[in-house]
Design a protein. Structure first.
Length: 231
């Protein structure tokens, strides 16, 4: 096994993705991600925490793209295997068999950085947008901050000041415990997982931070759009 070179993955992202959308039809026709998936299978997994996180985020996103491309055309990844595709499909990464959920919950979430949820893309319009650049250890913190900000300004949160509501991605509810340690002030009138999500938003959306800190608005979980994130 050898260390993973993400150059081929970056070239594929440059060729087949734009503004978070993926040209699955072209990937399917060219079988463009097959060599990338094979490279992940044969790669040596890093052990340093930042390199580990970057490696497995890239693997998760690449495997998800390849999975949808292999099944193309489909309206939604959620329709595969009765909505259990994250547990049913097995992939070989760094010589071991894993599911997408095992990558997310068994490897990445235990690293203790909730920003990882802004970086993982599940091939759906409701997900945090797919990053245009591969993740790498030297720039990981900056990249995760950028992706968290992008998420807050797209599918992560919608503020309606006129009606006094903040709609949050249900990802914050699904993985509430991961956001519980996000630092920040008490937010008047908001508590529990919603308050943890608002604290995350305050950190990554400075422009709306004063409004969010003031509290006393209504918080709701937004409907999740499982439609495929195709071009």
């Amino acid at each position: 096994m050898v260390p993973m070179d993400f150059l081929a993955l970056q070239q594929a992202l440059d060729t087949y993705t734009a503004e978070g959308k993926v040209d699955y039809a072209a990937i399917h026709a060219a079988r463009a991600f097959d060599p990338i998936v094979q490279a992940f299978a044969e790669a040596k997994a890093p052990t340093e925490p930042k390199a580990t996180m970057a490696f497995w985020i890239n693997a998760y996103n690449a495997l998800t793209i390849d999975l949808v491309a292999d099944e193309w055309p489909i309206p939604s990844i959620h329709g595969l295997d009765g909505g259990k595709v994250w547990d049913t499909r097995k992939f070989v990464v760094a010589g071991k068999s894993v599911t997408l959920n095992e990558i997310e919950s068994g490897i990445l979430r235990p690293l203790g950085d909730p920003r990882v949820h802004a970086a993982l893309n599940c091939a759906s319009r409701g997900c945090p947008p797919l990053a245009a650049k591969v993740f790498s250890a030297p720039t990981l913190d900056a990249q995760l901050d950028v992706q968290s900000s992008v998420w807050m300004h797209t599918t992560g949160m919608a503020i309606d000041r006129e009606h006094g509501t903040v709609a949050l991605s249900i990802v914050f509810d699904w993985y509430g415990e991961d956001f519980a340690t996000v630092p920040g002030p008490d937010v008047p009138g908001i508590d529990g997982e919603a308050e943890a999500a608002i604290r995350f938003a305050i950190l990554h959306d400075p422009g709306d931070a004063p409004y969010l800190r003031a509290g006393d608005y209504k918080v709701k979980w937004a409907d999740y759009d499982w439609g495929v994130n195709s071009k």
